[in-house]
Design a protein. Structure first.
Length: 121
C-alpha cells in the first residue's frame, strides 16, 4: 500500500513537471514575470547596411533574459530609420540609423518598455 502511494506521488510530480515545461515553452515566461506569449520579433524591412550611415551603442540596464532583449530590440526597431541588434550578454544594443541619432528618442524607446539606458556612445 505504501509503495502504491509513493508511485502515485511520483507520477503526479512528473505530470506536473511536464505540463509546466510545456506551458513555459508555449507561453514564454521567465525572469520578467510575464507568462504571456513571447513577443514576436519586429523585423526591419531595409537590411542594407549602406543605408544606415550612423551607428551608436547603448548600454542598457535591467535586461536579464531573452524576452528582455527582444522587448528592447523591438522597441528600437519600431522607430523610423532604426535597425538595432541587442546583445544580452554584453547588455548592449548596437543601433544603426539612417539619420543623425536622436539620443532622447532612443532613450525614451528603451525606457518605455521598462529598461534603463546607462550610456550612449
Amino acid at each position: 500500500m505504501g509503495t502504491a502511494i509513493v508511485i502515485v506521488i511520483i507520477v503526479v510530480i512528473c505530470v506536473f513537471a511536464i505540463y509546466s515545461y510545456g506551458h513555459k515553452m508555449r507561453h514564454g515566461g521567465g525572469c520578467c514575470g510575464s507568462h504571456e506569449a513571447a513577443e514576436k520579433k519586429v523585423k526591419v524591412a531595409d537590411k542594407n547596411k549602406d543605408h544606415y550611415p550612423y551607428e551608436v551603442t547603448l548600454t542598457i540596464d535591467g535586461m536579464t533574459c531573452s524576452n528582455c532583449s527582444r522587448r528592447v530590440e523591438n522597441a528600437l526597431n519600431s522607430l523610423d530609420g532604426v535597425w538595432a541588434k541587442v546583445d544580452l550578454g554584453e547588455r548592449k544594443a548596437d543601433v544603426r540609423l539612417k539619420q543623425a541619432p536622436d539620443n532622447d528618442a532612443l532613450r525614451h524607446a528603451v525606457q518605455d518598455v521598462g529598461y534603463t539606458v546607462l550610456s550612449i556612445q
